[in-house]
Design a protein around this ligand. Structure first.
Ligand SMILES: Nc1ncnc2c1ncn2[C@@H]1O[C@H](COP(=O)(O)OP(=O)(O)O)[C@@H](O)[C@H]1O
Ligand SMILES: O=C(OP(=O)(O)O)[C@H](O)COP(=O)(O)O
Ligand SMILES: [Mg+2]
Length: 401
């Protein structure tokens, strides 16, 4: 059954609650890569051009304690959004209460307001209560009460069942619609991966190991090869009994990694060598090592032999889906693996090449290889969940036509 879209909603004079994914990299109080903000502009512009009052909600990072809040304020995002829209954006530094309600009451048609990071609700009075991330029913109901209709354009968050997407939607039956970005992402991913041209190769990296390792098990049934790099690789090293030093490892996922290795055979391709560093810093001492990583060293990028091996696997691919950088690309000395793999994908002109994820997208843009790829998706975890064939809760909660 088809879902409501933004074009099905009454907008003129309405308070239009909008969930967007503005979870973007912030450095020293300034937005880095703004791809996710730019990607949401068509829907925001449609709403305000049709006389709606756009009330935007997004999370930023993960708020687990009170001290996380100042560095994860939405204020820099409001500034960038205002520049991109070329009009003022009211930033409300709280997520509930009179200040927010008054700011909404003061809006005129065509105005834009951005609410503070929805995950501020995860910590109250110093307690990690997960009101947003746990989809607290009272919170979704409260936020829904602030508007007349709801538009969900946060594809990057669609795999989450949180108060600001699923909570609001379920409290606005018949009035919760998909935005243009949501529609575009689903259409593209559906076309590319429901019946992929083969060989179909998935590349998985990044740092969200416990979140994403489960996907690999499902991908084994779909993909012809799965390349594992970046922070995802070293939990597999640990599972194989290779020494990992101080590299990123999620100990409680080592058993999962072992099961995947048993099942995968030669479908799974791990790094042969790595660039290791003596601290998590661009100025660290570094060296390239094969196999075991000694104590006191951590792997922050894949090494040259791994790059060669990965390219060898990728060269005949007809469909490639990539989520998660191959190293800590934010530091120039550990960006090579990500850059080389990105460049190589750009040479595969016969293949459909899809890169997904907030950080992976930032990486290919920052490294200048984005425009050689077929599709840049705003969602990493969301694309992977879609690829697994699972329902995305954020989309399921949108009203049927
Ligand atoms: N070897 C590594 N050790 C630690 N962190 C890593 C390593 N390789 C990549 N990362 C980090 O992974 C992060 C991105 O992971 P993730 O959020 O899962 O990707 P995406 O946003 O593309 O879905 C980046 O900030 C990057 O620095
Ligand atoms: O950045 C995101 O996902 P991604 O890192 O997989 O691309 C989304 O905004 C979801 O964030 P979350 O994984 O903290 O729920
Ligand atoms: Mg990310």
């Amino acid at each position: 059954m088809a879902k409501l879209t933004v074009e099905d909603l009454p907008l003129e004079g309405k308070k239009v609650l909008m969930r967007v994914d503005f979870n973007v990299p912030i450095k020293d109080g300034v937005v880095g890569d703004d791809n996710r903000i730019v990607a949401a502009l068509p829907t925001i512009k449609y709403v305000i051009d049709h006389g709606g009052r756009a009330i935007l909600f997004s999370h930023l990072g993960r708020v687990k304690k009170e001290e996380d809040k100042p560095g994860l304020s939405m204020r820099p995002v409001a500034e960038r959004l205002s520049n991109l829209l070329n009009k003022p954006v009211t930033f409300v530094p709280v997520t509930e209460g009179k200040q927010l309600e008054d700011a909404i009451d003061n809006m005129n048609n065509g105005d834009v307001l951005l609410v503070q990071n929805t995950r501020y609700e995860d910590v109250k009075d110093g307690e990690y209560v997960k009101r947003e991330s746990g989809n607290d029913p009272e919170l979704g109901k409260y936020w829904a009460s602030l508007g007349d209709v709801f538009v969900n354009d946060a594809f990057g968050t669609a795999h989450r069942k949180h108060a600001s997407n699923v909570g609001i939607a379920t409290n606005m039956p018949g009035k919760a619609a998909a935005g243009y970005l949501m529609e575009k992402e689903i259409k593209f991913l559906g076309d590319a991966v429901d019946n992929p041209q083969r060989p179909f190769v998935a590349i998985l990296g990044g740092a969200k190991v416990s979140d994403k390792i489960g996907v690999i098990d499902h991908l084994l049934d779909k993909a012809d090869k799965i390349i594992i790099g970046g922070g995802m690789a070293y939990t597999f090293y640990a599972a194989k009994g290779i020494k990992v030093g101080n590299s990123l490892v999620e100990k409680d996922k080592i058993d999962v990694a072992k099961e995947i290795l048993d099942k995968a055979g030669d479908k799974l391709v791990l790094p042969i060598d790595n660039v290791v560093a003596d601290k998590f810093n661009n100025d660290a001492d570094t060296k390239v090592v094969e196999g075991d990583i000694d104590d006191g060293w951590m792997a922050l990028d894949i090494g040259p032999k791994s790059i060669e091996e990965f390219e060898n696997v990728l060269k005949d691919a007809k469909t490639v889906v990539w989520n998660g950088p191959m190293g800590v690309f934010e530091m120039p000395n550990f960006a090579k693996g990500t850059l080389e793999i990105g460049k190589f994908l750009g040479t595969l002109t016969d293949a459909t090449t899809i890169v997904g994820g907030g950080d992976s997208t930032a990486a290919v843009k920052q490294l200048g290889v984005a425009d050689k790829l077929t599709h840049i998706s705003t969602g990493g975890g969301a694309s992977l969940t879609y690829l697994e064939g699972k329902t995305l809760p954020g989309i399921a909660a949108i009203s049927e036509k």
